[in-house]
Design a protein around this ligand. Structure first.
Ligand SMILES: Nc1nc2c(ncn2[C@@H]2O[C@H](COP(=O)(O)OP(=O)(O)OP(=O)(O)O)[C@@H](O)[C@H]2O)c(=O)[nH]1
Ligand SMILES: [Zn+2]
Length: 205
């Protein structure tokens, strides 16, 4: 596997003081980050979030999606549990990159939905690759995840790479008038389990 550990440091945040682990994917040059809290290498399932980069939602307060809200909710949940892990994967725009995502948003401003926009640009709806999680989790001694996600394809993909997901924890947050259509498309075309937004129940995968 081409993902190698580079360095670790403390990362104090408003939620907790995490340990930040930096990794380099030597095949793509992408730099990934994992935040961990507590003893995650004890062999017990770990509360986890596998979050793909969304510059607009995570850093620029965009209301077009739910990413920033999910990121914050996940970090808060890990802090509340006192133990957990967040993998921040540099797969912007479901893998098409930031500038192509802006192109896709332009098409969405003209009426296309998030899937149609990707397809019009010649991309599949979702180009992400989750195999890169494996060496990062192995480095931290994590064998099983209690995964915070609404995306059943993410659960399937991780399990396909040999990472058991013992529990799926919904992460329904951030619904607003600007992302209502986007979230409806995710549920309708991408299979996201968003049945009742703003509900925080625990479901089996
Ligand atoms: N191509 C494209 N990517 C988008 C759009 N809106 C958000 N994204 C990207 O979608 C990704 C969202 O990733 P995640 O937060 O892991 O979420 P998810 O796979 O939708 O599922 P959850 O785990 O339920 O949040 C990020 O990479 C965003 O940049 C869009 O309209 N078009
Ligand atoms: Zn987003």
């Amino acid at each position: 596997m081409s993902v190698v550990f580079v360095a670790a440091s403390k990362l104090p945040t408003p939620f907790a003081e995490f340990t930040m682990h930096g990794f380099l994917d030597e095949a793509t040059g992408k730099e990934h980050v994992v935040l961990s809290l507590g003893d995650v290498g004890d062999g017990q399932p770990v509360l986890g979030r596998v979050h793909s980069e969304c510059l607009t939602g995570d850093a620029l307060f965009s209301l077009r999606c739910d990413c920033g809200f999910q990121l914050e909710a996940a970090l808060r949940a890990i802090a509340d549990e006192g133990r957990g892990v967040l993998l921040y994967l540099r797969q912007e725009g479901r893998g098409i990159g930031l500038l192509n995502k802006i192109r896709a948003y332009e098409l969405q401003d003209g009426g296309a939905d998030t899937v149609e926009a990707n397809e019009r640009l010649g991309f599949p709806a979702d180009m992400r690759e989750y195999g890169i999680c494996l060496p990062m989790l192995a480095h931290l001694g994590i064998r099983e995840l209690k995964l915070m996600t609404n995306n059943p394809r993410k659960v399937k993909a991780l399990e396909g790479f040999g990472i058991p997901v013992t529990e799926r924890k919904p992460l329904k947050t951030g619904l607003n008038p600007h992302n209502r259509k986007y979230l409806a498309t995710k549920a309708g075309k991408l299979g996201h389990m968003l049945g009742s937004l703003h509900q925080d129940e625990v479901e089996q995968p």
